[in-house]
Design a protein around this ligand. Sequence first.
Ligand code: WA2
Length: 264
Amino acid sequence: MERAEQRLVSMCDERARMLQEQFGVTVNHVHALAILISIFHFEKNPSAIDQDTFARYTAMTSFERPLLNGIAYAQRIFPHEKEMFERQHGWIMKTMNREGAPLQDEYAPVIFSQDTVSYLARMDMMSGEEDRENILRARATGKPVLTNPFRLLGSNHLGVVLTFAVYRPDLPADASVEQRVEATAGYLGGAFDVESLVENLLSKLAGNQDILVNVYDVTNASEPMAMYGSQMPDDKPGLLHVSMLDFGDPFRRHEMRCRYRQKP
Ligand code: WA2
């Protein structure tokens, strides 16, 4: 029994470490890209980035973001700018749900997108509940933020969206929340396709057939939200090990729960 328990602990900790590591490198690379946009899109006039350069750069660096299914940049637009923006771009922004979105105080249409998520192009990311919450929290904190687990556009896979705010280059280093919101120019982010990319990551590890892995968002400890893994009653008897996860969003808590498929 002792041995079985030790094996479960080490397999679970190994998987949690790997997943956290891959989340971390992905988040760091998106952070660097947010700074690149701030400088090459806003400090340069005219901008040195357009859809074509963004698509090429993000395609050639996708190996740096192994758990994201793609990345996109949405520009912050106020209602009084909407008409002009749409005329200049030659297209009308679309909403995420088919019914027209209610009147909004702000918009965030995607102007640059990696080809793998081309369905996000022209989409107002503030018209989706999870994306909107992420945008508001990202720009107020200046930190990477994650959504609740939900079904992603395109694949309908379970995943979470990562958002970074992109600020105009004049943002002071010690900015207040108000200054951050004021200096926000847009939002860079993408979706962690947890359902397929985490599956792919774990399937490569030895002993994978022996254990069941679940990942939960446990920000609200009394209501864990399933983020990855087969639905299994948690009160099933047998060994269970819980490994902590840190995905870089200080407002969220995640954990990995591992158990044997069969009694060892
Ligand atoms: N990206 C990919 N799939 C999604 C999604 C998303 N959001 N929302 C729902 N399914 C452009 O926060 C800015 C990406 C949102 C960034």
